[in-house]
Write a protein that binds this ligand. Structure first.
Ligand SMILES: [Zn+2]
Length: 158
């Protein structure tokens, strides 16, 4: 089994408005993964955040990421298919994916990963976190899911 852990259904934007999602990914032990023709890379154990988007039917995309049985297509598919890799949380946003990704703290270990379609210079749409706690700290501990997006917009000068 791999990638099949069902995460809590956090929703940071109302379902109908969300176009962007983040997956909080746990890699339980160090891995070396061949990502299709992109290359073979080492993934240290730890916590990762993947930021993606779907113009239509975001929920179907999220379900696909959580499914253990699928054709490997995107870079992230190859990581999620590994034993010991699980999606622990899913968050949804109305914010454009690259803006969100660039605000996301974390280290880029694999330049270009998940960024084949990126035109914003993100470098990678997969980032490794110093700890799971840093994901919590970034979003705040006890915010209501929708209040976060509202507060974020307000801080950005609306
Ligand atoms: Zn980007």
């Amino acid at each position: 089994m791999s990638g099949a852990t069902i995460p809590s259904a956090a929703a940071d934007a109302p379902f109908g408005e969300a176009r962007t999602y983040q997956l909080l990914i746990r890699v339980a032990r160090p891995l070396t993964v061949t990502v299709g023709r992109f290359g073979t890379f080492d993934f240290p154990a730890g916590w990762y955040v993947y930021t993606g988007s779907a113009k239509r039917n975001l929920e179907a995309r999220v379900r696909r990421h959580l499914s253990a049985h699928k054709t490997l297509r995107w870079h992230i598919d190859y990581l999620l298919a590994q034993p010991g890799v699980a999606v622990r949380e899913v968050r949804r946003f109305a914010e454009p994916e690259c803006a969100l990704n660039q605000r996301q703290t974390g280290d880029i270990l694999i330049p270009g990963f998940g960024a084949s379609d990126c035109r914003a210079g993100c470098g990678s749409h997969l980032k490794r976190l110093p700890s799971r706690l840093s994901f919590r700290a970034y979003f705040g501990r006890d915010r209501g899911p929708r209040r976060f997006v509202a507060g974020c917009s307000a801080r950005r000068g609306r």
